[in-house]
Design a protein around this ligand. Sequence first.
Ligand SMILES: Nc1ncnc2c1ncn2[C@@H]1O[C@H](COP(=O)(O)OP(=O)(O)O)[C@@H](O)[C@H]1O
Ligand SMILES: [Mg+2]
Length: 251
Amino acid sequence: MTHAALLELDIRAKHYGERTILDNLRLALAPGQITALLGPSGCGKSTLLRIAAGLDRDFTGSVAIDGVVQHGPSPLAGVIFQEPRLLPWLRVADNITFPQRANGAALARAQSLLDEVGLRADDGARWPKHLSGGMAQRVAIARGLFAQPRLLLLDEPFSAVDAMTRMRLQQLLLTLVEAHRMAALVVTHDIDEALYLADRIVLLEPANDAARQPVSHVFEVGAAHPRRRDDLTGHPLRAVLLERLEASIAG
Ligand SMILES: Nc1ncnc2c1ncn2[C@@H]1O[C@H](COP(=O)(O)OP(=O)(O)O)[C@@H](O)[C@H]1O
Ligand SMILES: [Mg+2]
């Protein structure tokens, strides 16, 4: 039986020592929907993503994927980080299929994923050190898709590439989410990236002192895809998010 929400996150509290990083945060992600997690550096975005990915279990609350409570990483979730994190001693195809070797059906699948992320099948034979940053991140996306996840968790996936590559990879993410009807959670500190990609934006505001708890706000973007980037500069939400981000940085 499939569950309506692919990811249900219910974080009652996450602490580092005395500090509360996340407090009372609930989030449900539906198939085909992109949620952006936006907030200033240090507000707890990566912490939340690691909890969702099953990489951090030191919190109170629960994570359910497709209706099943998780106790660690799930094959239903593909995780993509800011740096590609490719293994330098494995060729591209073996990185995609890892820990399997890229033989037979696994190699064929790696090659079709290379095509899907905009690379060539024979790029599979290359070594990671010979790839540009953008190509390496495409390989990381292919690796994230290898196990046919239904949920993608991305932590600032396009922050380390140049502006033109970033726009192409954002477009690729939209295409992939739609084609596979995955649910996606994208961490970003970039308002324009959030507005371009997301159906919904969760703004995290940190606790700047011990007296204040961290808070989150949810905004529906409500603009149909495909979106035009120049239209989004005038989106009413943009001014609201900018003001809130500036206020949370100022404390
Ligand atoms: N392992 C850790 N131990 C203690 N504090 C941590 C640890 N990891 C992150 N933090 C702190 O928790 C806060 C949130 O970190 P993080 O989730 O990485 O923020 P973001 O991804 O939004 O920049 C930061 O203030 C960071 O310094
Ligand atoms: Mg981070």
